[in-house]
Design a protein around this ligand. Structure first.
Ligand SMILES: C[S@@+](CC[C@H](N)C(=O)[O-])C[C@H]1O[C@@H](n2cnc3c(N)ncnc32)[C@H](O)[C@@H]1O
Length: 403
């Protein structure tokens, strides 16, 4: 994480983004998009603002403690939070009346207090600490801490368009340095700060930005060129495009979702990536699924989940009603697994995946499904731990339907 003092003007942008997330309920991505569209800024300036806002939201309760502000009032304390963030990272404070009033002695006392409290130090809300302890036990503190770290940037090389070395060379000519990730032949780690979406390589569909952990899911499904494959919770198509590349563009890949706007986004991305075997289809009723009964060699169920494995990237979820939504999400996951699995041919396979670390959304869902005489058996399961890998957190289980 590159940490540099913000100018007052940049800090004002950060205050607006924080308010958009904490008061207006915008997702962090949407809040960035709005603010960055309203003002002309270079990619470096945007990255600096995002570094500060992302880190503030990852450990909001810590920074509130340091600023002596109740968590519930964080949204109105933007400048106070910005000042403590700068002080915490040993950076000069931006010029503002709040900075002139900054009480360094009180700050140091509060920092010393927080250091003795690992839950506060990791900026973890109470509900998440209770859930993490109950679900993950001894493993939780390491995961909790890993989820406070800034996410790295990774690319997935689009093999429909280029080879990794070609992409690395071309990006280097556009002043973006990358390196291949050991053990993942299609994954590049981005080492420089440039705006990836402005590069010619991106416009020509040579890569997608995708976390390294997320890139483990499509290969787990074991697709081959010529198969009939369904990605039933495709969203905007991050994993669909990966599946298309693994299928070398051959066979049929049906991408489905309940949100048409996401599928529209997916269609555009598929065109850019030259993923010509992708068909996007809206799930408008249960009939859409029933009509596809026993039609798929492979099925990906990348189900809606709490997103607690990707808190590094989406830290705003820490400060939302995620705990209240969890039981609703778990019902939806069980329903999707039970109904959508009927689309798999006898002898075919499915992968159930989430971006959660919680067994109640992962292993326990799969165990209940298998116990309910589903006709499936478990072939393999895998967890991507942020603490062990440094990537975002994921779970995947591969199941085979009896022949
Ligand atoms: C984890 S996201 C998928 C992310 C996507 N696979 C990717 O790689 O970018 C889950 C998706 O499930 C969709 N969804 C929610 N309810 C659904 C349902 N009943 N059937 C199918 N998809 C659903 C959501 O709209 C969301 O796009």
């Amino acid at each position: 994480m590159i940490k540099i003092s913000l100018t007052s003007w940049q800090a004002e942008r950060a205050v607006t983004i924080l308010d958009d997330v904490l008061t207006q309920g915008a997702t962090l991505d949407r809040a960035y998009a709005r603010e960055f569209a309203n003002f002309k800024m270079g990619p470096g300036e945007q990255a600096r603002i995002a570094t500060l806002v992302g880190d503030l939201l990852r450990r909001l309760s810590l920074y509130c403690h340091l600023a002596d502000v109740p968590l519930a009032e964080a949204a109105t304390a933007g400048w106070g939070l910005i000042c403590v963030w700068h002080q915490f990272h040993d950076l000069p404070l931006p010029s503002h009346p709040t900075a002139d009033r900054f009480n360094l002695k009180a700050f140091e006392t509060r920092r010393a207090q927080a250091k003795g409290d690992p839950v506060l130090w990791d900026g973890c809300p109470e509900w998440l600490e209770a859930l993490g302890q109950a679900q993950l036990g001894k493993q939780w503190p390491a995961e909790r801490h890993a989820l406070t770290l800034a996410p790295k940037r990774y690319l997935r090389v689009n093999r429909l368009k280029c080879e990794p070395q070609q992409l690395m060379d071309k990006l280097a000519r556009e002043h973006i340095q990358t390196r291949l990730l050991a053990g993942q032949p299609d994954t590049l780690e981005v080492l420089s700060d440039g705006a990836l979406f402005r590069t010619e390589c991106f416009k020509q569909g040579w890569f997608e930005q995708q976390d390294a952990g997320s890139q483990q899911i499509a290969p787990f499904l074991g697709v081959e060129p010529g198969m009939r494959v369904i990605d039933a919770c495709a969203g905007a198509g991050g994993k669909t495009l990966h599946l298309a590349a693994l299928m070398a563009g051959k066979g049929r890949l049906l991408a489905m979702d309940v949100e048409e706007w996401k599928l529209e986004n997916l269609r555009q991305r598929a065109r850019r990536a030259c993923a010509h075997n992708v068909e996007a289809r809206l799930i408008s009723s249960s009939k859409t699924i029933k009509r596809l009964k026993e039609s798929a060699d492979r099925l990906l169920l990348d189900v809606p989940c709490s997103g607690l494995g990707v808190l590094k990237r989406n830290p705003d979820a820490k400060w939302r009603d995620t705990a209240e939504r969890l039981p609703i999400l778990m019902d939806l996951q069980a329903d999707i697994l039970s109904r959508y699995s009927r689309m798999v041919k006898p002898g075919g396979e499915l992968v159930y995946a989430t971006c959660s670390l919680l067994p109640c959304e992962n292993q326990e869902q799969v165990a209940r499904f298998l116990a309910a005489d589903s006709g499936f058996s478990l072939l393999a399961e895998q967890t991507v731990s942020p603490a062990a890998s440094g990537f975002d957190g994921f779970y995947m289980a591969r199941l085979r339907r009896a022949g």
